[in-house]
Design a protein around this ligand. Sequence first.
Ligand code: ADP
Length: 646
Amino acid sequence: MSAEQHEFQAEVKQLLDLMIHSLYSNKEVFLRELISNASDAIDKVRFEGVIKPELLPSDELGIQLIADPEARTLAIVDNGIGMNRDDVVSNLGTLAKSGTGEFLEKLKGAGGQGDAPELIGQFGVGFYAAFMAADEITVLTRKAGDAEAVLWKSDGGGGYSIEAAERDGAGTTVTLSLKASDADDGLQDFTDEWVVRQTVKKYSDFVAYPIKLEVIRPPKPASKEGADEETEEKDAANEPLNSMKAIWTRPDSDVTDEEYKEFYKHISHDFQEPLLRVASKMEGNFEAKSLLFVPSVAPHDLYHREMSHRGIQLYVRRVFIMDECRDLVPEYLRFMRGVVDAEDVTLNVSREMLQQDRQIQAIRKYLVKKVLESLKALRKNDEEKYLKFWGEFGPVLKEGLLIFDEKKDRILDLVLARSTNDDAKLASLDEYVERMGEGQEDIYYMVGNSIDALSNSPHLEAFKEKGIEVLLFADPVDEVWLQQMPPEFKGKAFKSAGRGAVDLEEKDEEGEEGEKKEPENEIFNDLLSALSSALEGTAAEVRLSKRLKSSPACLVLEEGQLSPQLEAMLRQAGQKVPETHPVMEINSDHVLVKKLQEIFEADATDARIATYAELLFGQAQLAEGGQIDDPAAFSKKLADVMLKAL
Ligand code: ADP
């Protein structure tokens, strides 16, 4: 077969362009990426080899680096799982993950080169990093169990070629034709033994397989000393460059921060440093060590659950069992990365069996406790970091509030929210409860689409006037945990400021206002019925409001009623949801409402009543950041009214 030419996926082209012209100074990280890939590939063959031993290579599992100063090449050779033709096309030609569209957006948004490292990290595009150091890359690979090999070749331009090839044994050889080294550009000479040694030591020391280096030297004239040197060199080449020590087995005091960070990058394929490290040792009936990290930036696939691919690795007595062991942490901690090394799990467990495994369950419980404790400590000790954490992962953590178990309280302890108390500072529930005024029994909150719309919401007018703090929530998950299964916090119930009837007047010492409203209610009764019938099929009812101060009207849902957003979500998910309508509350102190009452008293059939009913309803929808059902009809009515007023 002759070589077939393929185009890179458009996103890959853009990425490569970014890589090649990147000003990123740590260009040597490409080696870490290629070694990580090689080590992952060996993990995989080792895992499959448990059931199919014939897939395992006859020689020792490991990674061989071959530097050739004369040819200016560096090869990374592994005897891992290898790839077949289809694997090569999908792995080394596309960004075959979810969120490529999003990636493209960010790339456009980034404009210059400055954000390249962050983008590179977030989208886990490790292999392509090699184009920072190489003009041309060839990948010769043969999948374990296959007879044929594949040769992939690219200069990082628009495409790559693929052809059938031969390779001794399964595995992958990635050969880089190195660019000229350039100290100014941060590119060292990777055919230099010292450079390679240092880089491996720095980034890949804990890789679990031996990484060996062979430097090809021009043949020397035969002499007695020459022969000695050669044997010496061979010996050196047999010494692994890395210590292979599992980092989680070393005492904490022995491991430097740098080593932890590199380890994190190795297992997570994230270019950035982790935000938090949670190391723990479980003792007792079940024994396990774990080393977990919170990334500093949410991975792009955080919300594509079925796609998210780097999670927590499971080891059993230092032997790698699997990547991304989902059973080790609940969904709401799926952003955690790291390793768990258990003592007693059977080695050849299947994924299905793991779920039932008592030890895994015990470890999971323990990890949840540890992680939540560490987050609590972070909140206390490093506010800035905690805010960053909350910004990235708060919405995911709040998913834990949807589960009925004893962890709820610990998660509530970690919740932060915007508050009407202070625009600039997020409030914790603790702080809220401390600030609650005398006589206030509930924690008031409001949920909506955006914090901006919420903080200007007419629903809050009376609360603001009376200085009652309201927490504002605008993540999609808030809707569900607060409204469908409201928890209690320190014995206080959560109460929506935007739902049901609120009667803040009751809390006035004299109770004057409450009394004043009663007869007024009767004066407006007929107008209210007229407005209600004008809005039949749109509003469930029109009533006087006790929460409005300056706006003429607002829409209110009854306690327990589904919000429009949740209704839409459920419908999208194919559920049948009965149609419900909000209540429109009007402000009897507002001139507009007073004027309507006058018109109504003069002529109860005046057509303006119905028009104003619809306009009030529409503007109340807009005021809470909602959408008008029929914008064209609304605009027309509004224009008519404006014209008449001129
Ligand atoms: P990532 O490693 O983050 O998934 P890469 O771009 O580095 O992204 O690699 C893409 C994919 O190519 C890997 O997920 C893996 O399936 C495959 N791959 C890369 N290098 C190797 C290798 N040495 N052996 C086998 N498969 C590999």
